[in-house]
Design a protein around this ligand. Structure first.
Ligand code: NAD
Length: 292
């Protein structure tokens, strides 16, 4: 059998259309601010796509570039400036930050109501407790992809490879909330492939090309490839691949996301959804404050 190749771009278009439709009922445009520190080429590409998509949707979107040598105090001052601004609903600090800047301190400084990347401890804790929260965009997008194939995950065995704060851990929490039985694996896990073979849903978020072989996949499983790896061909040109050995996986899996064109577009679409959600929450708070 050959797996269904999931069209992440088409799913993302649907999410964005919904955002546009819902935005029409807001009294003002949502505002998104991105902080980009340093000169990592991939980060620049990601930020440009996010800003472009936000403007296409009709949001006000701006990016604050900071030099690679920026101090933690300067990053925190920029976060504080965006926290203060009434016209900014969402703040995204593009990771990774330069090594002299403590990521957790910066995340803790973002107003939780504007935390569209869902990385503030308050949002991470609310997600863990099953409360409404701003949820990290990539796992949120992955869940939407999975539910487009299997709407009810009750009792499924889901395996998440990778346990970062931005992908692996929130992905596991979301799947648990969907009543799946969840196993998380990471660099120190013994016999990852044995664990993966039992997965009805397999999410790989590692950053290692070719990690997940066809032999790791349960027949008809849903395989979500979060990894983004740039590899160089013999002729010197480069291309993007995921963590999953695509040609092997498509012979075994029931459904599979490609790289590119799978999780990536859904991540950006979910950033739009989160920015709309943050704008809604803040508009409501402002309305109540004015009425009081
Ligand atoms: P990370 O480096 O923070 O975490 C990687 C995780 O993988 C860690 O938990 C580590 O223990 C685990 N790991 C490393 N080697 C392993 C191995 N051999 N077997 C099992 N587990 C192993 O990375 P991250 O920020 O979570 O990102 C992971 C990947 O997803 C990267 O390729 C990144 O570029 C990609 N990513 C894609 C999107 C998107 O929108 N498509 C968004 C975020 C991240």
């Amino acid at each position: 059998m050959t797996a269904e190749i999931i069209d992440g771009r088409a799913l993302a278009r649907r999410v964005v259309e919904q955002v546009k439709a819902e935005m029409a009922s807001l009294p003002r445009l949502p505002g998104l601010a991105v902080i980009l520190a340093g000169d990592d080429p991939a980060s620049h590409v990601y930020v440009n796509s996010k800003i472009k998509r936000a403007r296409d949707v009709g949001f006000n979107a701006e990016v604050k570039m900071l030099p690679a040598g920026v101090s933690e105090e300067e990053v925190l001052a920029q976060v504080a400036a965006f926290n203060e601004r009434d016209d900014i609903d969402g703040i995204l600090v593009q990771l990774p930050l330069p090594p002299q800047v403590n990521t957790l301190r910066v995340m803790a400084a973002v107003d939780p109501m504007k935390d569209v990347d869902g990385l503030h401890a308050l949002n991470a804790g609310r997600l863990l407790q099953g409360n409404d929260a701003l949820i990290p965009c990539t796992p949120l997008g992955c869940l939407k992809i999975i539910k487009s194939i299997v709407p009810d995950l009750t009792g499924s065995h889901a395996v998440v490879i990778g346990s970062s704060n931005i992908v692996g851990k929130p992905m596991a929490s979301l799947l648990l909330e969907e009543r799946a039985t969840v196993t998380t694996t990471h660099i120190h896990t013994r016999d990852t492939q044995f664990i993966c073979r039992g997965a009805d849903i397999l999410v790989s978020a590692v950053g290692k090309p070719g990690l997940v072989r066809g032999s790791w996949i349960k027949p008809r499983a849903i395989v979500i490839d979060v990894g983004i790896n740039r590899i160089t061909r013999p002729d010197g040109t480069t291309r993007l691949v995921g963590d999953v050995e695509f040609d092997e996986a498509r012979e075994v899996a029931g459904a599979l996301t490609p790289v590119p064109g799978g999780v990536g577009p859904m991540t950006i679409a979910c950033l739009m959804e989160n920015t709309l959600k943050a704008a809604r929450m803040r508009i409501e708070v402002q309305r109540v404050a004015q009425a009081a």
